[in-house]
Structure formats: C-alpha cells, structure tokens
Design a protein around this ligand. Structure first.
Ligand SMILES: Cc1ncc(COP(=O)(O)O)c(C=O)c1O
Length: 416
C-alpha cells in the first residue's frame, strides 16, 4: 500500500476542508495565498483561551492574568524559534504583516531616512510593501527605486546591482511573490545590500507556511509575517527585527503597555518588545498563532515543501495543456523552489468571469490584481486569476479544477 500523502494525513484536521460541501460539490479551496484554513488545534486554542484563561496581560495581580501572560509570552518564544530568532525580545506582535511594515517605515524610516536617501523595492511587491514606503518618501523626500524582473518573472539581480548605490539605505522585498510565485534569493540580496551597509526587510507572508525560514542563515534585518497565512487567526502577525536596531528605533504607537514611566508632559519607553506594543494586544490570537506554528512544525516544513512541489508541478502541467492560458512567473522547471500557486490570464476573457463560474462548481480561486497592481500594469493586465495551494491540496482536486477551468473557458469563449 502507498504511504498516505500529506494531504490525506491532514485534511481531517481542517473542518472547513473536510466537512463543508457547497450544495452538490465538495469544496475545492484554492485560495490559500489569500488566507489559509485553520486546523481544529488552532480553533480549540482560541476557544480554550476565551473560556478558561481570558484576562489582560502584563497588568493583573491575579492568577488568571498571570496565566494569560505566560501563554502570550510563550507564543512569542514559539514564534522566535520558528524563524530562528536569537531572542524573543526581537519579536513584536502586530495586527498583520502590513502593520509590521508600517511600523518599520514610521519608526526606523522617520528617524533614519533623509532627503535623497534611496530605498530599493521590487515591481512585484504587494501594496503593503509599496505604500508605506511611498508615504515615507512623501514625508522625507527619499527616493524609491524598483528592481525589475526577468522574462521568466524572477527577480532581476543584474537590475538590482545597477540600482544599488551608496545612498541605498534599505532593500525591502518579498520572499515568495503572491502573484508570480517566484522565490527570491534573499541571501544573495542580503550580501549585496551589506556591501553598501543597507538594511534588508523580507516580507515572508507567502513563505512561512511553505518553506523553512532560518534567520541564522540569512543576513537580514527585518522580517514580517501574518498568522492568517499560516493556519493562524486573523488580527495577529509579527515583526522580527535585529535587537540592536529595534533598541534604537523610537515607538510607533503610544499608549498603555509601552511605557516605562508616564508623566503629564512626557514618558519613557518600556523594554523591547513592549515599546512597540501599545494598548491591549490580540492576546487569544497571539496564543493561537503559537498553536498554528506548532501545528506546522509538527508536519515539518520539509515535508510540506516536498508535497507542495509535486502539487505545483502537476498544476503547471495541467494548466499548460489548456489553450490560450498565460501563466505568470517561473515554471517549476525554471525555478525548482517556486511557490505553490499559479497566476494566469486567458486571452479574451476576464478573470472575474472565470472565477465566478468556478465558484458555482464549488471551486474557490482568486481573481483581481492580488494587491499587485503595479506588477499587473507592467504586464499590461487589469486582472488575473490565481489558484493557490497548500499541503491539504490533492492531485485529484487539481484535476477537477483543471477540467472545470477548461470547460469554463470553452463556455465563455462560445458565448463571447
Ligand atoms: C506577499 C504578501 N505580502 C503582504 C501581504 C499582506 O498581508 P496582510 O494583509 O495580512 O498584512 C500579503 C497578503 O496577501 C501578501 O501576499
């Protein structure tokens, strides 16, 4: 008998995947890049927290508050170990990755960046890694430069080299693109950045649930993630920053929890990471993020990556057989470690029509610009369709999706 696949082992853990059916069809959820589904373990953690441990953290003199604080700080430790951070003081809880990038752009950016300084981004960035820097540029008159992509849809390292100067203070880039699916060579980028003493921020939103990140092997300065992309709840994410950089950065938001002492005219700041965590945090959500990380670690990111590579290869083979489909980003042959998603356009058809018809068949894919409007503009496209997978996805689901997609395209073409 064949060994069970990772999907067979895990699908039962996800109520929405294993129990939900869309009228006559089983649900095929291929929108994991937008948000992942949540395993029972995470749902139970949330329920347990609110039914047994709910209290505010770092404040109460009572036992319940001490229990909540302990679980909250344990989640910080779990997050630190997940990415190989040296110290949990380097993990700042935020609402999501977007807030984490805004934190850096405000705190580090406002205090460090001057007119004429340069920040290097890429044309494949999610809006959350573009707009905060545009706002910083409006505040400081710093210059934003954008690294292009190759014909395959991979980061153009030659272009990066040509745009890197002694004025470059930061390279902020995505690890795995949510649209192209390409996996960027972070250590190579970091080595180049260090030649001009620039910092590196990595947006790991699309990698944390799919590939191992080990900060001990990456010479970077900041990394951001959102729990809802890696089996955790919404409303919680994190910023990791090198301790010595976070130490000298001023607070982002002011209020309770983040002060050492408050006076009427001024205040002094608490220690890391509390200096950056003003107000009551998302306590239950942070604890559940820890639980999501443990779930993923139990499966093993190596196993996840191996299974998703098989799935991605199969998805590409199927899509490449459908006429008039253009897939963005490198193929698995061109880039072996690319992300488990395929973004595509179909000549003469709108991606919304495709996704709406697929939805009637119980298949969820994303349609639009995926918060990468500049990248779509570069390709001369308004919108694309995107199928994004996870370790719970199966070969059979990919086949059903591909057949349904072929039929849908045929139907729309015959009616246009
Ligand atoms: C690559 C990438 N970066 C950033 C984000 C923003 O994540 P959030 O909305 O959770 O802050 C996303 C979400 O789609 C993403 O895919």
């Amino acid at each position: 008998m064949n060994k069970p696949t990772l999907a067979e082992k895990t699908r039962g853990d996800f109520p929405l995947i294993s129990e939900y059916s869309n009228i006559d069809n089983n649900l095929i959820y291929f929108d994991h890049a937008a948000t992942s589904q949540k395993p029972k373990k995470v749902l139970q953690t949330i329920e347990n927290y609110y039914s047994r441990t709910n209290a505010n953290v770092h404040r109460g003199a009572h036992q319940l508050s001490a229990m909540a604080t302990e679980a909250f700080e344990e989640a910080r430790q779990i997050t630190a170990e997940f990415i190989g951070a040296k110290n949990s003081r380097e993990i700042v809880f935020t609402r999501n990755a977007t807030e984490a990038i805004n934190l850096v752009a405000h705190s580090w950016g406002n205090s460090t960046i001057k007119a004429g300084d340069e920040i290097l981004l890429t044309i494949m960035e999610h809006h959350s890694n573009l707009v905060p820097w545009q706002l910083l540029s409006q505040r400081t008159n710093c210059v934003l430069k954008h690294i292009g992509i190759t014909d395959n849809g991979e980061l153009d390292i030659a272009d990066l080299k040509s745009k890197l100067t002694n004025k470059t203070k930061l390279i902020s880039l995505v690890h795995i693109s949510n649209t192209l699916g390409c996996c960027n060579p972070i250590q190579e980028v970091a080595s180049l950045a260090k030649q001009v003493d620039a910092l590196v921020l990595v947006d790991a939103c699309q990698s944390l649930a799919h590939q191992k990140i080990d900060l001990n092997k990456l010479d970077i300065d900041f990394l951001v993630g959102s729990a809802h992309k890696f089996c955790g709840p919404t409303g919680i994410g994190f910023l990791w920053g090198k301790e010595k950089i976070l130490e000298i950065m001023p607070p982002f938001l002011g209020g309770g929890e983040m002060i050492e002492e408050a006076f009427l005219e001024y205040s002094t700041w608490g220690d890391l990471p509390h200096k950056f965590e003003a107000g009551t945090p998302a306590i239950g959500e942070a604890i559940a993020m820890g639980s999501a990380i443990q779930y993923i670690q139990n499966l093993g990111l190596k196993n996840i990556h191996q299974w998703e590579k098989i799935l991605t290869q199969h998805l590409f083979e199927n899509l490449q057989c459908i006429p008039d489909i253009k897939i963005l980003g490198p193929t698995p042959k061109q880039q072996n470690n690319r992300g488990a998603l395929a973004t595509f356009s179909v000549k003469g058809l709108h991606s919304n029509d495709i996704s709406e018809i697929l939805d009637t068949k119980g298949i969820c894919i994303r349609s639009g610009h995926h918060c990468c409007q500049p990248l779509h503009r570069y390709y001369g496209l308004n919108s694309t369709a995107r199928a994004s997978l996870s370790f719970t996805s199966t070969i059979q689901e990919i086949n059903l999706f591909s057949e349904a997609l072929s039929e849908t395209i045929g139907f729309l073409k015959s009616n246009s």
